[in-house]
Design a protein around this ligand. Structure first.
Ligand SMILES: Nc1ncnc2c1ncn2[C@@H]1O[C@H](COP(=O)(O)OP(=O)(O)OP(=O)(O)O)[C@@H](O)[C@H]1O
Ligand SMILES: [Mg+2]
Length: 315
């Protein structure tokens, strides 16, 4: 089985490859017609059969994935990774909700949007989800953070029981509309981060190769372990080395050490790139600001790792 997404109406269709295998010529396109909107479009046969090999479970394609991007240490690339991973997943055709749980509220700034409401209003139930979530790009929606989240933290702190489920309760009713929910977190460790870890099922940890990061990572693993005692579903999935500077030896040595310590989690590093620090002031993702840059290639690689889909390289 493989899935074809109509480029016009974005409807997903399941195709039984056995029915086209006999006449299939490698490297050629077939003409497809969307059963929903009637749009005709070409589909590369090689991509279809590659999909079949990589994703034997058709249902996993539509199962929602909740990935939080977190590490207590500040300035390691959490927000940069959350925004660009979300933008990349959206470009690859997935429906993405980016949730910013930081009082700095940088995600909306990076995406060049000015939402009037966001996560605060959703958690306090002041406004409906439709009023809180804004469409930032094609396939990409944003539940923005900001200063007002400080008040929400106080409300959560004052709850006498079930405080850690506040975010899950607010999001679970609406997240089934998306393929991915990506959650950016603030530095440090507080009730809001505990809430995120009670909602998400996968953890992505960006680790800056600029400074000795191992202690911060070990401390975070301990904190995650303490959450896992109460919530088994949350697992570490990805460690993403960031600020990789290939010109100097230090980052390379740290990367080698990380690979030895955590071989099952380590992803291809995101290289140091001026474009990544410039893109936010233009309100653009790296794919819009510098599509040909090394940073764009690195985040595209991360999208491929997360989706386990080599076709993601096509966007
Ligand atoms: N690979 C990179 N190369 C160069 N600059 C980068 C890279 N990744 C992130 N930056 C820049 O480094 C700074 C910190 O990154 P970012 O805000 O993503 O970190 P953070 O972990 O979210 O920080 P905080 O803990 O304060 O939320 C930003 O100015 C960002 O533009
Ligand atoms: Mg941040």
């Amino acid at each position: 089985m493989a899935i074809i997404v109509c480029p016009k109406c974005e409807k997903k269709h399941t195709v039984n490859l056995d029915t086209i295998k006999e006449n299939a010529v490698p490297g050629k396109n077939i003409a497809a017609r969307c059963k929903s909107c009637g749009h005709k479009f070409p589909v590369a046969l090689d991509d279809l059969f590659a999909q079949d090999k990589e994703q034997p479970l058709a249902e996993s394609k539509s199962a929602i994935r909740r990935i939080c991007v977190t590490l207590s240490k500040g300035g390691v690339g959490k927000t940069t990774t959350s925004v660009n991973l979300s933008a990349g997943l959206a470009l690859a055709g997935h429906k993405v909700l980016l949730v910013d749980t930081d009082t700095q509220g940088q995600s909306s700034y990076i995406l060049g949007t000015k939402p009037r409401a966001g996560l605060t209003e959703l958690l306090t139930k002041e406004l409906s989800p439709e009023e809180c979530i804004i469409r930032a790009r094609k396939n990409l929606w944003l539940l923005s953070g900001g200063k007002s989240l400080a008040g929400v933290k106080r409300i959560i702190d004052r709850k006498s029981f079930g405080a850690e489920w506040t975010m899950s309760e607010a999001l679970k009713g609406l997240d089934h509309r998306y393929d991915y929910v990506i959650i950016d977190t603030a530095p440090g460790w507080d009730q809001l981060i505990v809430n995120v870890l009670f909602y998400a099922t996968e953890v992505l940890v960006p680790v800056a190769l600029e400074v000795m990061p191992l202690q911060g990572l070990a401390e975070f693993m301990k904190s995650l372990g303490s959450i896992q005692k109460y919530r088994k579903e949350i697992v570490l999935k990805y460690i993403v080395p960031t600020f990789m500077d290939t010109r100097v030896k230090g980052p390379q040595a740290i990367y080698t050490q990380l690979k030895k310590l955590y071989p099952e989690y380590i992803c291809t590093p995101i290289r140091y790139s001026e474009s990544l620090s410039e893109a936010p002031s233009y309100g653009k993702s790296i794919f819009e600001f510098a599509p040909g840059s090394t940073a764009s290639a690195d985040y595209r690689e991360l999208v491929k790792t997360v989706t386990q889909d080599n076709r993601a390289a096509l966007f």
